[in-house]
Ligand binder design. Structure first.
Ligand code: SF4
Length: 352
């Protein structure tokens, strides 16, 4: 099974972020949260003694706010389980501000073997307006530390669509990044939300600019040996995220912590998004109907690779999309054509 652990603390709340987290915390708040989190994990394994542990993913929030000791206390619960023999990937999402040589070494010592770094951009005008930071030196410093090892499986995130963006920005960001170190995995996220903060508006390039930026980044990566295995995700052969792939394959996963979701035996449960609700064990459970699962298979399938024609119940609509070259059909599978990647929401709407 695949495991997610939510660490809901960030030093500041980014204006575009919709995750459940707080920028107001101290040592006591962290230790209280970790106490409840470890109990939730321990209780799960008490009643699921022989579940196999395939991957563990620390997401957030900013998991790199935790010390290696705090992370190890969580990981040790998993390692005590008989099913942990199959554990092959432990990922930590991290903020460049937290990355030092010493921290990387301590993560390696507790067997964290994959680091996901939120680079976002090197553009200082963007950093100033979005993160109220006047400098990108902390990003350079983190990348230089990472380049020295010992963790080799590194993923970096960039964002298209931030203020002061342009198609050349992402090419410049990628060039700068790869001059310092060589990530095995890259994610390029597109910000296409209508609810941008007011102070961003004069500096935004518009929808076409965001798309051009994304395409420029995708092309740059593909010409350097990266394979696109999901709309936002690119990996060198053999380095696709096992954990994230499990979500898209409908493999069972268990999430722990504030707002964390789980999918087991056709049911999706979600922990409460407030600290008090989570501490009281509040959560919701949705039993997914076969129709809901079919719709999800279409959505995830088009975002990643293909959809089985057996999941498509309106042959006329499929024919119309095929005639418009929006999708391709090979044997009994339907693929999204790369030219129409930005019409994915429309195409999904037609197929479900
Ligand atoms: S660092 Fe990431 S998780 Fe934290 S507020 Fe910003 S976008 Fe959200």
């Amino acid at each position: 099974m695949f495991f997610y652990i939510h660490i809901p603390f960030c030093r500041q709340k980014c204006q575009y972020c919709k995750f459940a987290l707080t920028p107001k915390f101290d040592e006591l708040k962290i230790s209280t949260y970790l106490h409840v989190l470890k109990k939730e994990i321990g209780d799960f394994f008490e009643s699921n003694t022989h579940v196999s542990v395939e991957t563990i993913y620390f997401g957030g929030g900013t998991p790199s706010i935790l010390t290696a000791h705090q992370l190890e206390e969580i990981l040790s619960i998993f390692r005590r389980q008989p099913g942990s023999q199959s554990l092959s990937e432990i990922t930590l999402e991290s903020n460049p501000e937290d990355i030092t040589r010493e921290y990387l070494r301590s993560l390696y010592d507790i067997w964290i073997n994959r680091l996901s770094l939120g680079v976002q951009t090197f553009n200082t005008d963007t950093l100033r307006i979005v993160w109220r930071s006047d400098s990108n030196t902390y990003i350079f410093s983190a990348l230089k530390s990472i380049a020295e090892g010992p963790i080799e499986n590194i993923s970096c995130d960039l964002i298209a669509g931030l203020p002061h963006t342009s198609p050349w920005q992402i090419v410049s960001d990628l060039t700068t990044l790869f001059e310092i170190m060589s990530p095995k995995h890259m994610s390029i996220y597109m910000l296409e939300d209508e609810t941008y903060p007011k102070n961003w508006k004069p500096h935004l390039g518009g929808e076409e600019t965001v798309r051009s930026e994304y395409l420029a980044g995708a092309l740059w990566l593909k010409t350097r040996g990266f394979e696109q295995y999901e709309i936002s995700n690119f990996a060198k052969p053999g380095f696709a995220s096992k954990h994230n792939t499990s979500y898209w394959n409908h493999s069972p996963y268990r999430g722990f912590g504030l707002s964390a979701a789980s999918y087991i035996d056709g049911s999706r449960s979600t922990n409460h998004t407030s600290f008090s609700g989570y501490y009281q064990g509040k959560h919701t459970i949705d039993v997914l109907s076969s129709e809901s699962l079919r719709i999800e298979r279409i959505m995830f399938g088009l975002r990643t690779c293909w959809v089985a024609t057996t999941d498509l119940d309106d042959p006329k609509k499929v024919e119309i999309l095929l005639h418009g070259w929006l999708i391709e059909k090979r044997e009994n599978k339907v693929f999204l054509t790369s030219t129409w990647i930005f019409l994915i929401d429309y195409i999904i709407g037609e197929l479900i």
